[in-house]
Design a protein around this ligand. Sequence first.
Ligand SMILES: *Cc1c(COP(=O)(O)O)cnc(C)c1O
Length: 383
Amino acid sequence: MRSEFLPFSRTSITEGDIAAVADVLRSGWITTGPKNTEFEQKFCEYIGCAGAVALTSATAGMHLALCALGVGPGDEVITPSMTWVSTVNLIVMAGAKPVFADIDKDTLMVSPDSVKECLTDRTRVIIPVHFAGASADMEPLRRLASERDIFLVEDAAHAVGTEYKNERIGRKGTSVFSFHPIKNMTTGEGGMFCSDNPKLLDHIRRLKFHGLGVDAYDRHTQGRSPQAQVLEPGYKYNMTDISAVLGIRQLERLETFNQKRAALAKLYTEKFSDIDEILPLSMPNYDFRHSWHLFIVRLNIEKAGFSRDDFMQRLKEKHIGTGLHFRAVHLQKYYTEVMGMKAGMLPHTEWNSERICSLPLFPDMTVEDVNDVVNAIKDVLKK
Ligand SMILES: *Cc1c(COP(=O)(O)O)cnc(C)c1O
């Protein structure tokens, strides 16, 4: 057994990153300023999108998107239940109704057929999730949305660097990325809103800072009126330059990070090919490029004779950290007790929700670390 605990995720922060953050702290401009502008421009160039707005989190981006689209009471928003709780919470808090589409059983991608079954004349927005770093199947979803004047907002929290049919996620349409420390690149906390819709970008830029048309830095540098006017009530979701400079540095290494993740994922896949109890996810059958945010396996609980939660606990005792992405949202306390959701509604989501487990995967992980994880799993399975 390894002596040192192997976390499920660890950020790659260099001395250069730390020095760059220290420079911002010494610069006299700490909040949204020149580093934000530079980060947004560089991110835009990388993705190839029309515009990007840096924010405090992906949750903030999703919140602003729902606000800008005017989602409210009487509206329905379709999203998978196999997602992070933030999206669904935001739909509920906007006064709208979350409608859950089921996923493909083996890729965990939202199923366009299931989305189609969820459509009603109240559907306003569809929020697909690019799960684990692979891409959702966007073409059928774009078709469904455009036929009915429904807006698509892609949850790209796992998908910075992911491609769909030779285009980076975020280039077309509207997407929200996350830079939380476990994601493929980090700003401490942070998010990026990308869109090819200039009006929507302007609206998000306004809503992120009190509904003023400008932020403090615009006023400082561009000689704009220091008494900017509220154009509509807004929030305060602007990114600090402390975060933005870290984002600039991380973005420079993103391709390397993702290549390292891919190599480790390949190794895991090879090693699990002869362990019946461990079933990795399948790859979608359309053209895409994986960013390997997560390496998820499903435990064959029938064959193993114990639950996934026990599996995670037993690995922890062997000093291997794991994660759970995600417990189905519709079966969480509030959604069953208050919203009336029930087990049985979403068979593929529920099947996976009981069996999935995310194994350690981060750029600085070594081949020995992968071997330790696989050996610990064999031990737990008494192989
Ligand atoms: C992490 C995550 C989010 C939220 O990102 P934050 O930046 O923490 O707000 C949203 N959706 C998914 C699928 C995520 O994994």
